[in-house]
Design a protein around this ligand. Structure first.
Ligand code: FE
Length: 135
């Protein structure tokens, strides 16, 4: 069993081999999938969302809400240390980027216009996630 603190490091070539081209574009090149196109933006099934890069548990369906944006949106991660954030000044905007704490793969961004009690909106690309339905 891999501990959450065990970071996963791969070379760029290894990531290219391990991921689909679209996963590579988003996870390793900070890309964004078009709104309303991903597999999970409207998914309401109970379960867990794992990192598509390393399988780490990132988000739970109990924290998912309909943001109307066309991207899977969560009010919080499953555990506080599951994700890390970084200031992102690309595209002429100041945003807070969110990535997997274990493998560093880009997930999306977090905004402060989410529902109570956290007020956070984790806006996450479907392609960065793998949904594991509850048994
Ligand atoms: Fe990961």
């Amino acid at each position: 069993m891999t501990n959450m603190t065990d970071k996963i490091e791969k070379s760029d070539a290894e990531w290219r081999d391990a991921l689909t081209p679209e996963q590579y574009r988003v996870l390793r090149r900070q890309g964004t999938e078009p709104a309303f196109t991903g597999a999970y933006w409207s998914n309401k099934d109970p379960g867990r969302y794992l990192c598509a890069g390393c399988g780490a548990e990132l988000f739970g369906a109990q924290h998912k809400f309909d943001s109307g944006t066309g991207w899977p949106s969560f009010s919080q991660p499953m555990a506080e240390d599951a994700v890390e954030t970084e200031q992102d000044m690309s595209h002429g905007m100041l945003r807070t980027e969110v990535h997997c704490a274990r493998c560093g793969s880009h997930l999306g961004h977090v905004f402060l216009d989410g529902p109570k009690p956290t007020g956070q909106r984790f806006c996450i690309n479907s392609v960065s996630l793998e949904f594991e339905p509850e048994e």
